[in-house]
Design a protein around this ligand. Structure first.
Ligand SMILES: C[S@@+](CC[C@H](N)C(=O)[O-])C[C@H]1O[C@@H](n2cnc3c(N)ncnc32)[C@H](O)[C@@H]1O
Length: 210
């Protein structure tokens, strides 16, 4: 199904160019077909996943009409197959809700992974992320019996994430440099030091596993 769909829409994209990309984007925002989203996520600018305030996918075209060459379609088909193998044996429940509702329901047997918008960075998700949200997240994570891992940013060559020192300092922090290829211009692309905040240490995890 994925192969036939991408071959058909890829050929149309090669023929009609960006007009076909925007037709599929309009269709997806109306109907929400996951195959359209797969196409858009692979033909949009820099693979960015962004929604506007109306919850509509609004990323521009990648300007590569010949995007869906045979080898690329095969790669995507294999990725979907690997995902299905890895995930379809478990029953998943996806809940769209404010984080506070979900985190307060967690128990000591749970592992919580939080990846909120980065405070103080250009959070152009369809809803913004405020200091109040960061404090609210801190309050619920500080009280949880579950283990948590929080993704946030540490610093870049211009600024640092002050909440790491003001709010999250009691927790275990791991940092890793990451280079973002998001900016339209080369000059906007730079490295950032990412951080993982945990309420347990990897060592603790190893010990408990033994
Ligand atoms: C960095 S993105 C998550 C990306 C995702 N983990 C991924 O890998 O594709 C941050 C997400 O937090 C969501 N968000 C913002 N405020 C929220 C809130 N109060 N409760 C729950 N989710 C929120 C945004 O809608 C956005 O999808």
């Amino acid at each position: 199904m994925v192969k036939q769909f991408l071959e058909k829409e890829g050929a149309q994209l090669e023929k009609d160019g960006e007009e076909h990309y925007y037709n599929i984007r309009t269709r997806f925002n109306k109907e929400g077909n996951p195959l359209d989203f797969l196409f858009l996520s692979r033909a949009c600018f820099n693979g960015l996943i962004r929604f506007n305030r109306k919850g509509q996918f609004n990323v521009p075209f990648c300007r590569k009409p010949k995007r869906f060459v045979r080898a690329y379609i095969t790669k995507i088909v294999n990725q979907v197959a690997r995902f299905q193998d890895a995930f379809c044996h478990y029953c998943w429940e996806f809940i769209c809700s404010d984080f506070e509702t979900i985190i307060t329901a967690a128990t000591a047997n749970d592992l919580i992974y939080c990846d909120p918008p980065y405070l103080g960075r250009h959070v152009d998700y369809f809803d913004s992320w405020s200091e109040e949200d960061e404090k609210r997240l801190f309050n619920v994570l500080s009280k949880t019996k579950a283990r948590f891992i929080l993704s946030t940013w540490h610093s870049n060559k211009y600024r640092e994430n002050v909440t790491l020192k003001s709010l999250w300092k009691q927790f275990y922090v791991i940092t890793k440099e990451h280079f973002y290829h998001v900016g339209a211009k080369e000059s906007n692309r730079s490295a950032i030091l990412e951080a993982l905040v945990l309420n347990f240490t990897p060592k603790q995890n190893q010990l408990e596993k033994k």
